[in-house]
Design a protein around this ligand. Structure first.
Ligand code: HEC
Ligand code: HEC
Length: 280
């Protein structure tokens, strides 16, 4: 037993199970060094950085560091990078921005948030469209797909108008004929197309007119997409679009953003939308 004592140091005198003894050795040196290093670090840290809570404030530390000032410094760096681009935008047309690759890339990135906040609710995230709201990712444009067309759409808003053709204008059989021809992409061969005046708005080639926002009736890209597309086409012909004389008419209004967004924001969105789809 006395040999064991020498090997392990002092014991408390408690021995269990004949061999298991509780020792009173000091902790190892490396451990004590660690302990002292830790409290020295705590003192230095709390002298240097804001640390201890007081009643209505806190110790400020000698470094003068605050998380707010660090945040402001970071923000300023970001703004300096942005300013290089932002300062140019007000004096440039959307078309000129589009032509400058570096600026365009910057604008597209910064317009993403604007699009999400203002446009995605109707046009879907990424411009995929929603029932009743046109997709912006395709290259089928009601109002034209040039950068100027798009900028004007966003600035002034749009409200396509097609009179209801049900009731006195067309019989059910005629609506059927026209709808099937549109569904098959062959409407210009249907004599009723010219006879009933569709041609006046949708054009001799049936491709629509950008000035009116009249849909292309030959490309099978549907403005009013539905599971039963044929029924949807009949409904449009019967009740028209934004026709105040028919309570069942389709509503289709793109709000105006003039005054709600700045000119620069509208330019950014025009560039963004233009590159989303096949802008022209
Ligand atoms: C309240 C819903 C709504 C919101 C919000 C909205 N739009 Fe529209 N937008 C429409 C509708 C509806 C149309 C189609 C108008 C029509 O059929 O006459 C449209 C049409 C458009 C068109 C024309 C598409 C074409 O084929 O010519 C563009 C471009 C457009 N929107 C961009 C935007 C942008 C950019 C924003 C965000 C600033 C936005 N819209 C916000 C409802 C909305
Ligand atoms: C006064 C102009 C005008 C006349 C006349 C007119 N349309 Fe239209 N039509 C429009 C406009 C504008 C739209 C697109 C509305 C919108 O999205 O804002 C449209 C949309 C449509 C659509 C929806 C297409 C889709 O992709 O979902 C169909 C179908 C249609 N028209 C068929 C006809 C037929 C058939 C006639 C003739 C009987 C006719 N239109 C006459 C202006 C007209």
């Amino acid at each position: 037993m006395s040999e064991d004592k020498n090997r392990y140091g002092q014991t408390t005198g408690h021995v269990w199970d004949e061999t298991l003894a509780e020792l009173t050795n000091p902790p190892p040196k490396w451990w004590m060094l660690g302990l002292h290093a830790s409290w020295i670090l705590i003192v230095l840290y709390s002298l240097y950085y804001p640390t201890w809570p007081l009643i209505s404030s806190h110790t400020k530390g000698m470094a003068g560091w605050t998380s707010i000032s660090e945040f402001k410094k970071d923000m300023k760096e970001v703004q300096d990078v942005r300013a290089k681009y932002e300062n140019k935008l007000p004096g440039m047309s959307a078309a000129a921005i589009l032509a400058d690759n570096e600026l365009k890339n910057y604008v597209v990135r910064s317009a993403k948030v604007l699009y999400g906040d203002n446009c995605a609710a109707c046009h879907g995230s990424g411009g995929a469209g929603n029932p009743g709201f046109p997709a912006l990712v395709d290259d089928d444009w009601l109002y034209g797909g040039t950068i100027e067309n798009i900028e004007q759409t966003i600035t002034m808003g749009r409200k396509g108008m097609m009179p209801k053709m049900g009731g006195n204008q067309l019989t059910e059989a005629e609506i059927d004929k026209l709808a099937n021809a549109i569904y098959n992409g062959t409407v210009t061969k249907e004599p009723l197309y010219a006879a009933k005046g569709c041609i006046g708005c949708h054009g001799p080639d049936g491709k629509g007119m950008a000035a009116l926002g009249s849909a292309n009736l030959t490309d099978k890209i549907w403005r009013f997409k539905a599971k039963d597309q044929l029924a949807s086409i009949k409904y449009t012909i019967k009740h028209g679009v934004n026709d105040p004389s028919d309570p069942k008419t389709r509503n289709a209004e793109m709000p105006s953003w003039k005054g709600r967004l700045t000119d620069t924001q509208i330019k950014k969105l025009a560039v963004y939308v233009h590159q989303l789809g096949g802008g022209q």
